[in-house]
Design a protein around this ligand. Structure first.
Ligand SMILES: [Ca+2]
Length: 120
């Protein structure tokens, strides 16, 4: 299996990464786990346009992605009433904001070579 592009590679200003697909015309072909990648397959990345000014990971709209964003995701998950952008907080694009997104953000902030599939 080859290497998937990293989280840094998939960040596109003004777009939200929505996942890897084996067939661009089939919404159900989204890859949800590396376990499904045992054979040689071609994968297609998909993005969705996001509101102007939106940046994945910038949950508080500060214009930067920092550890404060991870902290705010943690507060959201643990039930605190915080005002965050849920689209920006869903770093792995699975439709949920959970600890997987914090892990991905923390690893990315630490300079690790991460893939959105790691957090699944
Ligand atoms: Ca997520």
């Amino acid at each position: 299996m080859g290497l998937l592009p990293t989280a840094h590679d998939i960040f596109r200003n003004g777009y939200r990464f929505t996942g890897w697909f084996t067939d661009l015309s089939d919404e159900t072909s989204r890859i949800r786990s590396r376990e499904n990648l045992r054979d040689n397959v071609s994968l297609f990345a998909r993005w969705a346009a996001t509101p102007e000014g939106f940046q994945i990971g910038d949950t508080i709209g500060s214009g930067r992605v920092t550890s404060a964003d991870a902290t705010m995701i943690a507060r959201h998950i643990t039930g605190s009433n915080v005002d965050i952008c849920l689209l920006a907080a869903d770093l792995n694009g699975d439709g949920y904001v959970d600890v997987s997104d914090i892990i991905l953000l923390a690893r990315w902030l630490a300079g690790h070579n991460v893939s959105p599939l790691i957090a699944h």
